[in-house]
Design a protein around this ligand. Structure first.
Ligand SMILES: C[S@@+](CC[C@H](N)C(=O)[O-])C[C@H]1O[C@@H](n2cnc3c(N)ncnc32)[C@H](O)[C@@H]1O
Length: 398
């Protein structure tokens, strides 16, 4: 018997990407219709824990025999063995790229130097074992301030034909539409930062934003000054009555061009077809290219926001003094951020956050870095939320 999540049809794509991200999808089994109309059963990996992480834990579970997916001929390492022999596969051991990220019909892998000579065989094996994938890209790491990944096509499929060299340019298009938590997101991971792995993070931000709305008793005003193509604001806009005003900006004009397309889709209004400098596009909407290191110089932006997102993990702490003036300190507010820190400095950064931030909101926990994953052998990628008290009222004065 295999556990299946009972998922409403319209939430299937979102649940699938979380299951993939958490490595909990029952690979090799099909999604099947449920006896309840409008629901389907999504297979969960045998090794998944009994208590699934949020939001997966909120779905009902049904136990039934898994229906094998005959399209998946074998896992990718068996395909690789078929191409280069079992001995070589064993010899290189952990160097083979075991994990990958799906972005629509593309698969992004990281090929270790140790196995770089076998990049074509890796691509072919991955394409054979994932029949829905069009393009395999080798991730050579993020570049520069805009955190854009250098992605090289290493294999592609056109019908029954697999290309491992001289890949036709029509198959190398990296601009795609992904589905995430019920919304479509235009992204191009070769031109602007976008990661499917942040979906859980975004859902957690929505939960925090709803608490803030409850606290304030009105829709909240949100600023995302490192918005990329806008996935975090998309998740917030998807919640009815959650957002009042919104500002979204980024340094990367390519990201802003895709943000505008996404906003037109999510916000049911027209946005510019091209990237524009940060400007007021509607009474309650600001969007465009802007350098967040200059935020506090703009009187139109300062002191106006209830929730500010800070997703530039290598510079978050350094940039907090630019971000803090954006908050409206007349009422409680929230900063939601991500930080990359050495493991042994986590406690010190927690103390530093309390030092830098305005007086915190009484009754809420102090900001504390939550480790989300290893960034390298010594660095950890962490998230935090900091509830800021109102100047009017009773600040804690911590
Ligand atoms: C880690 S990405 C996060 C993007 C987006 N929030 C997301 O979750 O997909 C950081 C973003 O910050 C932008 N960025 C870097 N430096 C910046 C600056 N000085 N001002 C504004 N944006 C900046 C990059 O272009 C990139 O899109």
């Amino acid at each position: 018997m295999l556990r299946h999540l009972v998922v409403p049809d319209r939430e299937i794509e979102g649940v699938l990407s979380i299951l993939r991200e958490e490595d909990l999808l029952g690979i090799g089994f099909l999604i099947v219709p449920s006896s309840a109309e409008g629901f389907r059963l999504v297979p969960i990996d045998d090794a998944a824990p009994a208590a699934l992480p949020p939001p997966l834990g909120s779905y009902e579970i049904e136990e039934r025999k898994g229906v094998p997916d005959k399209r998946i001929l074998a896992d990718w390492l068996s395909q690789l063995e078929d191409l280069i022999g079992k001995e070589l596969v064993l010899e290189k051991g952990d160097s083979w790229p075991s994990s990958h990220e799906f972005v629509s019909d593309m698969m992004i892998v990281r090929v270790d130097d140790e196995v770089a000579g076998h990049v074509s065989e890796i691509a072919e094996a991955k394409l054979r074992s994932h029949p829905h994938i069009r393009l395999i890209l080798n991730d050579e790491g993020v570049q520069g301030e805009m955190r854009v990944r250098r992605l090289t096509p290493i294999g592609a499929r056109d019908g029954d034909t697999i290309f491992l060299s001289k890949i036709p340019s029509r198959l190398c298009n990296t601009r795609v539409l992904v589905r995430e938590s019920g919304i479509g997101i235009t992204c191009d991971p070769a031109r602007a930062f976008y990661s499917t792995k942040l979906q859980t993070e975004r859902l957690e931000t929505v939960v925090l934003a709803k608490r803030l709305r409850e606290m304030l008793g009105r829709p909240i005003r949100v600023f995302d000054p490192f918005c990329g193509v806008g996935p975090a604001v998309g998740a917030l806009l998807n919640e009815p009555e959650l957002l009042g005003s919104l500002a979204a900006s980024d340094l990367n004009p390519d990201a802003i061009e895709m943000l505008m397309e996404n906003l037109s889709r999510w916000d049911n209004r027209n946005y510019p077809k091209k990237s524009v400098p940060l400007q007021r596009l509607y009474d309650d909407r600001l969007a465009g290219v802007f350098d967040a290191t200059k935020l506090r110089n703009d009187p139109d932006l300062v002191g106006k926001w209830d929730l500010v997102l800070v997703n530039l993990p290598h510079r978050t702490i350094e940039l907090l003094p630019e971000i803090i003036p954006l908050l409206d300190l007349d009422t409680p507010s929230l900063i939601r951020g991500r930080v990359v820190v050495p493991e042994e400095e986590i406690a010190e950064v927690n103390r530093e956050l309390v030092r830098i931030l305005p007086p915190l909101l009484e009754g809420e926990p102090l900001p504390s870095l939550q480790v989300k994953r290893d960034y390298s052998s010594s660095l950890r990628l962490c998230s935090f939320e900091a509830w800021i008290g109102s100047k009017i009222g009773a600040p804690t004065g911590i």
